[in-house]
Ligand binder design. Sequence first.
Ligand SMILES: [Ca+2]
Length: 505
Amino acid sequence: MTRKDAAFVCVSYASHPLMKVTSPTLRLLLLGTLCVIGRHVAAERPNVLFLFTDDQRQETIHAWGNEAIRTPNMDRLARDGVSFRNAYTMGGSSPAVCSPSRACLMSGRTLWNIECQGLWGFEISEKFRTLPQVFRESGYETFATGKNEPGKSGAFGRSFSSGEAILFKGMTRNQYKLPLYDFSPDGRYGGRPTLHEGKHSAEVYADACIKFLNKQKDAKKPFFAYVAFQTPHDPLNVPDDYLARYDPKKMQLWAPFYPEHPFDNGMLRIRDEKLEKFPRTENAIRKHLAAYYALVEYTDAQIGRILKTLEEQGLADNTIIVFSSDNGLALGSHGLLGKQNVYEHSVKVPLIVAGPGLPQGEDRRQLCYIYDIYPTLCELAGLRTPDTVQFKSLNPVIRSARAAHRDHLYFAFMSWQRSVRDERYKLIEYCVNGERHTQLFDLADDPAETCNLAEVKDHAKDLMRLRELLESERKRLNDGNTPYPFSDAMGKEFWSTYGNHPNQG
Ligand SMILES: [Ca+2]
């Protein structure tokens, strides 16, 4: 309980009818007793366990309809909670898409309003309180393990009161060789990390979380534990017994399979895309898919160990669990391997929320951003959401499948791609080296985005409507009109090219 909360409880009890007793000693005794009760009530504030994976495409949960993959623990979360089947990121303002996405999550700021962005290095401005920081400042023990990029130069230090096995990098070259930092009580992370070898990253982070949970049974404070796996992001190192569970020959490719992307989208030769040679072959992609599925299943098993500990420690009944991922992955779709695009496979991600008193085993179809979880969690824990947060609480949607949330979503990738989707249609506009491309998809009939309707006369009105929506969202989100030079330049570059010939597809 914070000093402020304690004062509120004591002031409330001071006006209680029992306080009308005349004896000062008895009044003091009563006040003390009621404050102890208040402390007990505060101790019942919910814990939060935030399980965040890396590059996990939305179609990789068995319970959500992929029968080829085994994810018993993600399935269990779906059974115990609310599944958001239309949850998205906003795209990326860096080739390392993970960084801006994590910055949006932590800061509660939209893609072009994070501040302190760079092409590869990110930080979150001190002007914005991070999600775990709000919990920490409200009396929570806040713990983190795993991938915490951005964060090294400040955001991590002010967000977390404890931690273990912390990775301040976007990725490692090997899942068994990890340059990790120990927790630093002063929040500073100078010096070199320690190389941890021999144990898989997913197991290292699960172990750290389990160790933390094992100390929480009799803890005085509620906790917020953030477990940021660096999987199933490549490298696709995975224990042999898991790899053996998926036969590359039997893997079904994700639609639409193309040997190459049909035109330059701005970033066709980034590291992620070069993980396989061009043109792609079906057999080569099947091998990637098998290893990716195996790595998802292995990560799922580590999540299972964490959930088991939560139960064994008697914490499950008072813990809200969030499960999500920072972005999706193409892995063969549209001729792409990476996530430097705004197709559904790369911006649509898993999101499940489970916890005491929340609906169980229910799906929600409302459009949302995963970053909407920031105000959602604040509300569920009874904390005030900072005014700087630009996202919208999902709590009405959690409570009702019919609650209104968002009519449309806006996506962007650097200075080359802008997109908007409504309930049914999705528009993607490309400006690359002065060349324009337009795609219009009917997501109701064509969720894999295979059939471009931009030139189809019957859809001319839909195209015009979505283009107007794109422009209005651009203005609302300050894309190309922010005080932050890095992101501002990207927006200006896209919109000036677009503005020169907006109606050319
Ligand atoms: Ca990622």
